[in-house]
Ligand binder design. Structure first.
Ligand code: ATP
Ligand code: MG
Length: 507
């Protein structure tokens, strides 16, 4: 017979009552039953958030993305080769963050903001979440300041305002990177800096871009975030978010920060790879169903801040490569609706020597014109219209044997305006210079010239005006208006210079 001891039972009950209030301790450490291709399945992480940083015992950092009933799927931020099956993984309680600081200006870093340029470590006092929501309506102002960039074709016909999101789209090798980097020149003294994010490219073009920045003395104003084609997809995916976090840090410190994403379609491919490895169901072009959610998010973080978080701005310039001009593929269709316009680059124009190869007729900027200065508005309405019309006319004139005089004139004007918009790489021009150049073309002064001479004449004219008629630009600069006096002075300069030019032609 079992001997029941009442004092023992009562002591157990007493102990249970004493411990009644004690909190149940949730273990925030799990183990890895399966690992491969940078994805770890973790069992036992009871309270992990989506996007939370997790850390394995060897220090490898990862992000929990898939939260399932019995396990969490995490992507490792690195090759993940050191995580073994059976390793233990701890949740950190924090959404993935990166260090941010002014000290990153002039540096090339990876998606974890670790310097990869061999210039040593950087100390950062602050950190920001890699992914953070785009600013809401209250903390934005409408775009009203011009970015004032340098390439005539963009400034005159597709102006970009600070805080805008403008897509640059075109086939491979059509000058997309050149347009984006020329559009964000280092503007010394205007507190303009820039973030360039290279995703999934080969190392050599990235090194070339960094070299160009260094040659122009612009690197000290630039942060380059580079995840080339070699590292795992899991690092290419967060690279644009890392760039956006750095740009936000600078924006909220009242800086004007353009950010170039070169190119989000590589990020989308990385996300597709990760999603397939996480066994999410594939959809269109094997992209996961939610691909249109995370992938344009870095661009959406661009904003012209209201005075609340600082008067800075973040201007996003995503670059998307198309195949044979097809803008209906997955990435362009996802990015186009999240931007305020597109600059289309055409392989045909590029090959015909029209560089930058911007197809002015079909490129648009929706909010930029509000930010354009008055002088530019006064002169620049026409070139877009005329060059677009002339491109159409050219096609029909080829089939007509003898176009009438009006058509011939319009064709001639269009061809010259197209010449006028040509510009070599890294040769930005001042707004006053641009206003004068466009006025020369639009008013028909270049119509008498042979097409091959237009570029040369205009470059010479700009130099001539600077030395002999500087007053014209001096009026335009502070007033931002193309006044009658400025126009008269410019006309004189054109007249004197055209005489000089025709004399030169005869020699
Ligand atoms: P990819 O598809 O490989 O990324 P991309 O479209 O970014 O190419 P870029 O690398 O910018 O094109 O330019 C292609 C080539 O054209 C480069 O050699 C560049 O120097 C040249 N190029 C670009 N813009 C101009 C220009 N305005 N004038 C003369 N050459 C240019
Ligand atoms: Mg490029």
């Amino acid at each position: 017979m079992v001997n029941i001891r009442p004092d023992e039972i009562s002591s157990i009950i007493l102990r249970q009552i004493e411990q009644y209030d004690r909190e149940v301790k949730v273990s925030n450490t799990g183990t890895v039953p399966r690992v491969g291709d940078g994805i770890a399945r973790i069992h036992g992480l009871d309270r992990v958030m989506a996007g939370e940083s997790v850390e394995s015992e060897d220090g490898t950092v990862g992000t929990a993305l898939n939260l399932e009933s019995d396990n969490a799927g995490a992507v490792s931020m690195g090759d993940g080769l050191t995580i073994q099956e059976g390793s233990s993984v701890k949740a950190t309680g924090k959404i993935a963050q990166i260090p941010v600081s002014d000290a990153y200006l002039g540096r090339v870093v990876n998606a974890l903001a670790q310097p990869i340029d061999g210039k040593g470590q950087t100390t950062a006092s602050e950190s920001r979440p890699i992914e953070s929501p785009a600013p809401g309506t209250i903390s934005r102002r409408s775009v009203y300041e011009p970015m004032q960039t340098g390439p005539i074709a963009t400034d005159s016909t597709i102006p970009i305002g600070r805080g805008q999101r403008e897509l640059i789209v075109g086939d491979r090798q059509t000058g997309k990177t050149a347009v984006a980097t020329d559009t964000t020149p280092n503007q010394r003294g205007q507190s303009a800096i820039r973030v360039y994010v290279a995703i999934g490219q080969k190392a050599s073009p990235v090194a070339q871009v960094v070299d160009t920045f260094e040659e122009r003395g612009a690197m000290e104003y630039t942060i380059v975030v580079a995840e080339t084609a070699n590292p795992p997809a899991t690092l290419q995916y967060p690279a644009p978010h890392t760039g956006a976090a750095s740009a936000e840090y600078l924006t909220y410190r009242k800086q004007h920060t353009p950010i170039i994403y070169d190119d989000p379609s590589k990020q989308a491919q990385a996300y597709r790879q990760m999603s397939l490895l996480l066994r999410r169901p594939p959809g269109r072009e094997a992209y996961p169903g939610d691909a249109s959610y995370p992938h344009p998010r870095p661009s959406e973080r661009a904003a012209k801040s209201s005075s609340q978080p600082g008067e800075g701005s973040m201007t996003a310039l995503p670059i998307v490569e198309t195949q044979a001009g097809d803008v209906s593929a997955h990435t362009p269709t996802n990015v186009i609706p999240t931007t305020d316009g597109q600059i289309f680059l055409s392989a045909d124009l590029f090959n015909a020597g029209i560089r930058p190869a911007i197809n002015v007729g079909i490129s648009v900027s929706r909010v930029g014109p509000a930010a354009q200065i008055k002088a530019m508005k006064q002169v620049a309405g026409k070139p877009k219209l005329e060059s677009a019309q002339s491109a159409e006319l050219e096609a029909s004139a080829q089939s007509a044997s003898d176009p009438d005089k009006a058509t011939r004139n319009q064709l001639a004007r269009g061809q010259r305006l197209r010449e006028l918009l040509k510009q070599s790489q890294s040769a930005p021009s001042s707004v006053e210079g641009q206003v004068a150049t466009i006025h020369t073309g639009v008013s028909g002064y270049s119509d008498i010239l042979e097409i091959g001479q237009v570029q040369r004449l205009l470059v010479q004219l700009r130099e001539y005006s600077v030395t002999n008629k500087p007053e014209s630009a001096e009026i335009t600069r502070p007033t931002k208006t193309f006044t009658e006096r400025a126009e008269t002075l410019l006309k004189e300069a054109i007249k004197e210079h055209t005489e000089f030019f025709s004399l030169q032609k005869q020699i």
